[in-house]
Design a protein around this ligand. Structure first.
Ligand SMILES: [Zn+2]
Ligand SMILES: [Zn+2]
Length: 83
């Protein structure tokens, strides 16, 4: 099951489970769409894999299996965390 991490690892923007801006790799490294496009050019900086749009978990399933709450923040070259 996907972890559904709550934020972009690069800029720390919130990425709620229903967000269509969330992008993930096969290891669930999670980024926003703008970091994916502008900073990483579609490649995960951790594993080199493809970043694709994270699917939206249906609301009823979300109630049963809530998203992760632990924020992951890892600076990469080009990342500008919000103050
Ligand atoms: Zn970001
Ligand atoms: Zn990755």
């Amino acid at each position: 099951m996907l972890e559904l991490r709550p934020n972009c690892e690069c800029c720390d923007r919130d990425l709620p489970p229903q967000s269509t801006e969330a992008m993930i790799c096969t290891y669930e490294c999670t980024f926003c769409r703008s970091c994916t496009d502008t900073v990483f050019k579609g490649r995960c900086p951790n594993c080199g894999g493809e970043l694709v749009r994270r699917p939206i978990r249906p609301a009823d399933k979300l109630a049963e299996q809530p998203p992760a709450t632990k924020r992951t923040l890892k600076p990469h070259p080009g990342c500008a965390p919000r103050p």
